[in-house]
Ligand binder design. Structure first.
Ligand code: NZQ
Ligand code: ZN
Length: 387
């Protein structure tokens, strides 16, 4: 196991009455807050009205910035920063999915950064402070509600880049599974794919002797898949929604990666697909991850054998390692198909046309991944496997 320092300050408030606890979660010292949200789902569901009432009862001065798009853009972040500085806003409340939370986190950094926010995405050591952010989560997927990351797209050059800093771990996250009942199936299952991918990015590690986190990863994967099938049967199953919501937070708050090198190549490749085609994040992962697995499994086949046996109950008796590993990968792909996710680029109309460009952008800062360090050719090969 590798040495590590872990910092996780996010207070999790979970359950049917979680939103009503918002009042007690924002410190009295904050008088002016930014309410940040997306394209209107929170108005349609009535959540907006509930939140506004609570904030007004507190006599907080509310500044609103809506319009966060899926895969949030730098231009809106810049507007948010300007709004915060001009009005001396001291707290940001993000209400929505990962895009809204990420936009809020970037604004939080920019409001206290003496320079242009994109500089921090190019060099995260420049981040020395951020405004506090609170979250009301409506889409379990990214884990951004308790993660140290923000992912923003710079429209100039269509660069989708992430920034990691403990300064942007949210102060609190309100998690009411009922808020996810309004999600269309496509978003529910794209979110589930993202949650699973966050576990896999940690599970497939070159680090040895990480038993506890191996078991935690396997338990999380099994639980998410079990509950995904329950949601296919009954999308209104509160308990299944609750399990998925908690898994989303656990999968990406950092616990599952303690003491191990993580990979993240599939996410990096997925981000290039989104940057060019606007593809939903979870969809990029359901296409890239199985191909990545087929490309890298020989690097450390025992890890893939373990995955097959512990996560998919593959019967190893009398079989060669390669056969077991490939059976595990096939079962993973079957699961993705079962939940209605595409597993090939051709299913979403993407051809080889921009493979070269995507691979170039993906590896412009050097190799990606740690399970196998991938260069530009490797990325192209993985995209070709995904066709
Ligand atoms: O914009 P509104 O109207 O709110 O609608 C949203 C949006 O259109 C809708 N939605 C959200 N909650 C809903 C709902 N519709 C009905 N009922 C609800 N309860 O869902 C759509 C997608 O929302 P978005 O926030 O974009 O989805 P997601 O949570 O999957 O976030 C994706 C973004 O997060 C990044 C991704 O790259 C992508 O940009 N990630 C962030 C991470 C992090 N910060 O730690 C890690 C992840 O790996 C990921 O990269
Ligand atoms: Zn993700």
């Amino acid at each position: 196991m590798n040495s590590f320092t872990y910092f996780s300050p996010t207070k999790l408030v979970f359950g049917r009455d979680a939103v009503e606890q918002l009042n007690g979660l924002i410190d009295d010292k904050h008088k002016k807050i930014l309410l940040h949200y997306g394209g209107g789902s929170i108005k349609r569901t009535g959540l907006y009205g509930r939140v506004i009432k609570i904030l007004k009862d507190r006599k907080l001065e509310i500044f609103e910035l809506s319009g966060v798009e899926p895969n949030p853009k730098l231009s809106l972040v810049r507007r948010g920063i300007e709004l915060c500085i001009r009005n001396e806003i001291s707290f940001i409340l993000a209400v929505g999915g990962g895009s809204v939370i990420d936009s809020a986190k970037a604004i939080a950094i920019g409001a206290l950064y003496d320079g242009d926010i994109w500089e921090c995405f190019l060099d995260e050591s420049k981040v020395k402070a951020a405004l506090p952010v609170g979250v009301i989560l409506t889409l379990p997927a990214t884990g951004s509600e308790a993660s140290a990351s923000t992912v923003i797209t710079n429209e100039e050059g269509m660069l989708k880049r992430s920034l990691d800093s403990d300064y942007i771990r949210p102060e609190f996250a309100i998690l009411n599974p009922e808020l996810t009942l309004t999600l269309p199936d496509k978003l529910t299952f794209a979110g589930i794919t993202d949650i699973i991918s966050h576990v896999l990015e940690r599970y497939f590690t070159p680090t040895e002797n990480v038993d506890l986190t191996d078991h935690l990863c396997e338990a999380t994967l099994r639980s998410v898949m079990e509950n995904a099938y329950k949601l296919i049967e009954d999308p209104n199953d509160y308990n299944a929604r609750a399990e998925i919501m908690l898994s989303g937070t656990i999968a990406h708050c950092g616990i599952l990666g303690l003491g191990r090198r993580e990979d993240w190549a599939s996410h990096r490749i997925g981000h290039e697909i989104t940057a060019l085609y606007g593809t939903t994040h979870g969809v990029t992962l359901s296409i890239v991850f199985p191909s990545w697995m087929k490309y890298v499994y020989k690097e450390k086949i025992d890890r893939f054998v373990r995955f097959a046996v512990k996560v998919f109950d593959v019967n190893a008796g009398g079989k060669k390692d390669e056969e077991i590993a490939l059976e595990g990968i096939a079962k993973f792909e079957d699961f993705l198909k079962d939940i209605g996710m595409p597993v090939r680029l051709s299913e979403i109309g993407i051809t080889t046309e921009h493979f070269e460009l995507m691979a170039e952008k993906c590896t412009s800062g050097g190799s990606v991944g740690s399970f196998k360090e991938l260069n530009k050719e490797d990325v192209i090969n993985i995209l070709e496997l995904a066709l």
